[in-house]
Ligand binder design. Structure first.
Ligand code: PEP
Ligand code: MG
Length: 899
């Protein structure tokens, strides 16, 4: 079957009758679904025939210059489909009905809309009723079409249709949807038509071709809907890719008890176990299984009901897995005992499952260990680090056990709508939110993002809530059918109890258990043998070292357990915020002269030394980079507003108290330290230059700690890091202090240790003169948080004021504080590295901004030849994997990466 090529661009690709014009590699052109259908057809699977309108048509649609050839090619492809089926679209005794679905290059669950039964109208519905001898089925299909067409194409709110349907059920005293007979459904159809007329101001189109054109254009349009845009932003998918449109002959799963529809995975997508996994419903149509309206049956039950179909399904899905070398997520329909495969694609899976499946597939000889490295997305490793629910930690009552839709645990306060979840998060009303819904829909996405976890009373493992939360790595219990979620009354009813907004519940996403009250969570263990094995395949490829940002021994120990190879940033100021330190820190700041300042610093010295001893010990000989004091000093004093309130109170109640006097002195100092732009102010090395005694104390504490450990036979090579330099003279000033103090300590202790003095590169000027700075600095570490702030010239703390608008308008694809702006800030990093290494070819260069744990930024750091990345302990595994993937990619190996 071939569609004649009318223009240079081929818009429409047919598939059916055992062959397809496209193939599985054409995801850019045909979208994931279209390429899959072509590939499945070519592989001889029972796929209903149809055609795919390629993504270029969508791009033309977005640009407003659709070629007239699109319609010509579509009509030609339709004519061929009709010939193949021996049917006419929406006409004759045996009318052809089609489904119209979107299908972008990357799967976007729930984001784009589907229309089924297209081709039905007042005439063809009668033909279908006669042909199937099942008028109820025919009219039900028609009313579904009007409803889907109305909401997707004509953008009429679903509730208007639901209202009609619910009223009809009440009027006919029908309990279930299926209790409405053909006559009642005919009444529903007439009322649906009125809804269409009222809200869309047009009649429901009776011309099947007109339906098709309108549906196709609506799919193009839906690429631009807010949900789709939001999903793309979250997943970093290019807005200009566009979607393909798949038009496919309908097969019916709702022709009675010998028909059905289902979805499944060739392995368990939650834990990776090698088991046939899926759900189905008899006498149901496509969306019924995933929409969560009816709770589906486990696929193994199909074995008893239709053994032959089950065996054929197993056989086909096994072949698909062998063919694609990856876990498959498939959709099927059974029409009158005949199996049709509607879709197959590489299945989304949790991090736990991804690692297990990668290992199993290597052991089964399906993939190599190099390919396995790409089978896990770096951020997915976080799943190994998600907390588990400590069910013995309290008296919380088990309310029910739902489906373990997405692993992990969460403890939070109940909120019933996505909108409120977002609102309460912004207002800080609740600390942790569990979004409780009957079922979630794509409209809930923003609320799901801010929630700690999701609980639904309806829907299966492939419901919207389950799929989306697994993608987010967020805990979810779905289909907890014993719970009643009354969204109107804002009540959750279970076991005779009523829970209101704000009440605490605890979820175990790994088992599906739901508890009333607040349980504790246990940290996950990163030493799962599967993870260890997987990382043993990834790590040898890695050239970048991975360190952690940690300030206290606890975090340092966690970092080591996740595989960190050193500390890339110890922010010493965090040590001064501790309760026992703050008074001395404040005394130091309040001191009016150097002598008093030194006195206060002397008190801080032993505490700092002890901190460093703890940190060095935890790091067991790995390098530790310690940064000298960085933030503006006012951060250590009470806020001006708090002081004014306290002073006012005392003035009224105890005007003579010494406390009042003291507060007034502090206020005066706070006002003295006030700066208009503190982030661009008296901070970083500027502090150490104006108060050299601070740098002296810190250098002494570090060197003394290292010497102390040397005595205990623990080798430490501290890396002392000066923040926020922009000139070589600043660097020299601070390095001189550190080296002088080190020599003093060596002389006192009659012993020596190795150490390095280096700097952070956080300012564009520092990057520009990096060759000069490298004359003094023995290492560089890019503080890309500040470097992003200072390069763009916007505040890292206030970017949210305009970031959403920037994302919406496509000015930014991502938050530049989350993923490195490789084009601009990255260029500075690359240039400074090159310039620094011109002066000192052995210069050690790392990155310690937040970007150090973000996979794309880590890969960039690899490509420009940094020595290491440093990130928060919980991102160490992610950075290790990203670094390994980057090294393999450099050799041209992408493991046939799939997304
Ligand atoms: C940075 O600026 O990137 C950095 C790591 O320092 P901080 O976040 O402490 O300013
Ligand atoms: Mg900084």
């Amino acid at each position: 079957m071939a569609t004649p090529t009318i223009s240079a661009v081929k818009y429409v690709y047919s598939f059916g009758g055992g062959k397809a014009e496209g193939n599985g590699k054409m995801k850019d052109t045909l979208g994931g679904k279209g390429a899959g259908l072509a590939e499945m057809t070519n592989a001889g699977l029972p796929v209903p025939p149809g055609f795919t309108i390629q993504t270029e048509a969508c791009r033309e649609f977005m640009r407003g210059n659709v070629s007239p050839n699109l319609d010509k090619e579509m009509n030609a492809a339709l004519a061929q489909l009709e010939a193949l089926q021996g049917q006419k679209l929406g006409a004759g005794d045996n009318p052809l009905l089609v489904s119209v679905r979107s299908g972008a290059k990357f799967s976007m669950p729930g984001m784009m809309d589907t229309i089924l039964n297209l081709g039905l109208n007042d005439q063809s519905v009668k033909a279908l009723a006669a042909l199937t001898q099942n008028p109820r089925f025919a009219y039900d299909s028609y009313r579904r079409l009007i409803q889907m067409f109305g909401s997707v194409v004509l953008e009429i709110e679903k509730k208007h249709f639901e209202e009609v349907f619910d009223n009809k059920k009440k009027q006919k005293k029908a309990k279930l949807d299926t209790d409405l007979n053909a006559a009642a459904l005919q009444e529903v159809i007439e009322e649906y038509k009125k809804v269409v007329k009222k809200f869309a101001k047009i009649d429901f189109p009776q011309d099947a071709h007109e339906q098709l054109v309108m549906a196709r254009d609506a799919v193009f349009q839906s690429w631009q809907n807010d949900r789709a845009k939001h999903y793309r932003r979250m997943n970093n998918i290019d807005d200009m890719l566009g979607t393909a449109v798949n038009v496919q002959a309908m097969v019916f799963g709702n022709l009675g008890e010998t028909s059905g529809t289902g979805v499944g995975f060739t392995r368990n997508p939650a834990n990776g176990d090698k088991e046939f996994y899926g759900e189905f419903l008899l006498n149901a149509q496509g969306e019924d299984v995933v929409s969560g309206v009816r709770t589906p049956r486990h696929i193994t039950e199909l074995k008893e009901i239709m053994p032959e179909v089950y065996n054929e399904l197993r056989d086909i899905t096994n072949r698909m897995e062998q063919h694609y070398h990856d876990i498959q997520d498939f959709e099927f329909t059974i029409q009158d005992n005949k199996l049709y495969m509607l879709q197959t694609r590489n299945g989304k899976r949790t991090g736990l499952a991804a690692v297990k499946i990668a290992i199993d597939m290597v052991e089964e000889g399906l993939i190599t260990t190099e390919e396995a490295v790409f089978r896990v997305e770096p951020n997915q490793l976080y799943d190994f680090l998600v907390p588990r629910l400590d069910e013995k930690s309290g008296k919380a009552e088990l309310l029910t056990t739902g489906l373990p839709a997405s692993p992990g645990a969460c403890v939070g306060q109940i909120v019933f709508t996505a909108k409120e979840a977002v609102e309460y998060t912004h207002k800080g009303k609740f600390k942790s939110i569990v979004l409780v819904r009957g079922e979630t829909t794509p409209e809930d996405i923003a609320g799901m993002e801010v929630a700690a976890g999701i609980l639904t009373s309806r829907g299966g493992m492939t419901s919207h809530a389950a799929v989306v939360t697994r993608g987010m790595g967020k805990c979810c219990v779905a289909g907890a059918g014993e719970l009643v979620v009354d969204e109107k009354k804002k009540e959750l009813r279970a076991k005779g109890k009523v829970f209101k907004e704000g009440d605490w519940i605890s979820l175990n996403g790994t088992t599906g258990a739901v508890f009333a009250g607040q349980l504790n969570t246990l940290p996950a263990s990163p030493d799962d043998p599967a993870l260890v094995k997987f990382m043993s395949w990834a790590d040898p490829h890695r050239r970048l070292k991975v360190r952690a940002n940690a300030d206290v021994p606890r975090d340092a120990k966690a970092a080591i357990s996740f595989g960190a190879e050193g500390i890339g940033l110890c922010r010493t100021e965090h040590m001064f915020f501790a309760e026992d330190r703050l008074p001395f820190m404040r005394a130091m700041i309040m001191a009016g002269n150097e002598k008093d300042r030194r006195l206060a610093l002397k008190k801080l010295l032993p505490m700092q030394r002890a901190d460093f001893v703890g940190l060095f010990k935890a790091m067991k000989g790995y390098p530790v980079t310690i940064r000298t004091l960085d933030p503006p000093l006012h951060e250590f004093l009470p806020s001006r507003e708090d002081l004014l309130v306290q002073i006012k109170e005392l003035e009224l109640t105890k005007p003579r108290s010494p406390k009042l006097k003291e507060l007034r002195v502090i206020l005066a100092r706070v006002e003295e330290l006030h700066e208009t732009n503190p982030m661009l102010g008296h901070r970083g090395c500027r502090l150490g230059i104006t108060y050299p005694e601070i740098t002296e104390m810190q250098a002494r504490a570090i060197i003394e700690a290292a010497l102390q450990l040397k005595k205990q036979k623990i080798t430490v090579v501290p890396e002392i890091m000066i923040p926020l330099t922009s000139t070589i003279k600043e660097m020299k000033n601070q390095a001189d202090i550190v080296r002088r103090v080190a020599e003093e300590v060596f002389a006192e202790k009659k012993d020596r240790v190795e150490y390095l003095v280096g700097t952070m590169i956080e300012l564009p000027r520092a990057a520009l003169v990096a060759d000069k700075i490298a004359e003094e600095a023995e290492f560089f570490s890019f503080g890309t948080n500040d470097l992003t702030q200072t390069t763009f010239g916007f505040s890292r703390d206030d970017i949210n004021k305009f970031l959403p608008e920037y994302m919406k308008r496509g000015i930014f694809k991502q938050d530049p504080f989350a993923s490195l702006d490789q084009e601009g800030v990255g260029q500075l990093v690359q240039m400074a590295t090159e310039r620094g290494r011109k002066t000192n070819p052995n210069l050690k260069v790392g990155i310690c901004g937040e970007h150090g744990g973000e996979p794309e930024s880590v890969k960039f750091c690899h490509r420009i030849g940094l020595s290491y990345v440093s990130c928060s302990p919980f991102r160490v595994l992610t950075a290790r994997l990203a670094a390994a993937q980057a090294a393999l990619e450099e050799k041209g190996n992408t493991g046939g990466a799939t997304k």
